[in-house]
Design a protein around this ligand. Structure first.
Ligand code: NAD
Ligand code: TYD
Length: 353
């Protein structure tokens, strides 16, 4: 079966894994990757598939409604998988408006372009929006986020994602646009920009720089290997039901400090350093404002209805991730350019980091 699918944000971390999976698994599909190539977008992530016959990259900002309409007219997509977003909580605290523009207005632009292009003829069409568990806010010691947990976003990032989820839902209800939303827990893996916890700390350990642990380090996240998220997106895209929401999680909760110590031990081994040396880099720093205490996903719906579960253990995934960063030091050097260093200085201050 042939389809034309627009994937937004395909040059980013998760998007590049989704684009690769679709291009390799469905060679008959035409995949149109729309990405503005912000600091987080990097076509190098897709070098291995860029020559595929039905793969197309278009550099476009989803704020540009005119260009979005042109693209819909040119390619007549059957479906949209929307990942383009500003995605880092700390940046959303420094510059909330960037998140309002891309995540809220950009998503509504895309919904409008899609709705107008499909003009009420929605058979076999799908707008699939990729979101986060952070829209549900923070959990206490117990409990899990389910698909019916009330939204209670606490950061400008999660508020902007929550808003975009609401718009997607509203276009489903008001205009009958066939929509699906999935909300996933924290991803890790190759090609993640080194501002997020795991790649930042791998990079800092390699360079023997301090590891800035926010607050008491007892915040909990549920970690999922990015390739398992891409598998879930594939499954939901093909077998999910329009109008539904699916939670995706790793069944894999870690307190930050325990995860950081595990990372330190693995890195000492891989770098053949004295056991315990990386842990000495741990530095407790000022907490993130509005820091959510705990995220944990109940992923039983996608397991029960679509048969999905993570395929990679955390130990395996983390080990593969570290190996990828150690083998791709040039990638790391290229993405941590002048602009990134400016952000790093603003976020973490001087102090030789
Ligand atoms: P990322 O920051 O690595 O990549 C985002 C991509 O979007 C980049 O390629 C960037 O160039 C592009 N982009 C940004 N603004 C754009 C604009 N205005 N127009 C066009 N393209 C633009 O993000 P990620 O971690 O890969 O996340 C992808 C999606 O998954 C996001 O919607 C995010 O909210 C969601 N998500 C992420 C995680 C996670 O742990 N990273 C977890 C759950 C959900
Ligand atoms: P992050 O990777 O930014 O993901 P999110 O905030 O979206 O969950 O952070 C993961 C956890 O690690 C979060 O509790 C904040 C914490 N953290 C630090 O302690 N130090 C850091 O330098 C960063 C980037 C995050």
């Amino acid at each position: 079966m042939s389809k034309t699918i627009i994937i937004t944000g395909g040059a980013g971390f998760i998007g590049s894994h989704v684009v690769r999976l679709f291009v390799n698994k469905y060679p008959g599909y035409r995949i149109i990757n729309l990405d503005a190539l912000t600091y987080a977008g990097n076509l190098e992530n897709l070098r291995d598939i860029e020559q595929a016959p039905y793969y197309v990259f278009v550099k476009v900002n989803i704020l540009d409604i005119k260009e979005l309409k042109n693209i819909f007219e040119r390619y007549h997509p059957d479906a949209v998988i929307h990942l383009a977003a500003e995605s880092h909580v700390d940046r959303s605290i420094l510059s909330p408006m960037d998140f309002v523009y891309t995540n809220v207005i950009g998503t509504v632009n895309l919904l409008n372009a899609t709705k107008d292009a499909w003009a009420g003829s929605f058979k076999d069409k799908l707008f699939y929006h990729i979101s986060t568990d952070e829209v549900y806010g923070s959990l206490g010691e117990k409990g899990f986020f389910t698909e019916t947990t009330a939204y209670a976003p606490n950061s400008p990032y999660s508020a902007s994602k929550a808003s975009s989820d609401h718009f997607v839902r509203a276009y489903g209800e008001t205009f009958n646009l066939p929509v699906i939303v999935s909300n996933c827990s924290n991803n890790y893996g190759p090609n993640q920009f080194p501002e997020k916890l795991i790649p930042l700390f791998i990079n800092n350990i390699v360079n023997e720089k301090p590891l800035p642990v926010y607050g008491d380090g007892l915040y909990t996240r549920d970690w999922l290997y990015v390739k398992d998220h891409a598998r879930a997106i594939d499954l939901i895209f093909h077998e999910g039901k329009a109008g539904e929401t699916y939670n995706i999680g790793g069944f894999n909760e870690w307190k930050n400090i325990d995860l950081i110590k595990l990372l330190c031990r693995l890195m000492d081994k891989k770098l053949k350093r004295t056991p315990g040396s990386s842990e000495q880099l741990i530095t407790y720093v000022k907490d993130r404002p509005g820091h959510d205490r705990r995220y944990a996903i109940d992923a039983s719906k996608i397991n029960r209805e679509l048969g999905w579960k993570p395929s990679v253990t955390f130990e395996q995934g983390l080990s593969e991730t570290i190996d990828w960063y150690l083998e791709n030091t040039e990638w790391l050097k290229r993405v941590t350019n002048g602009e990134y260093l400016k952000y790093y200085e603003e976020q973490y201050g001087g102090g030789g980091r």
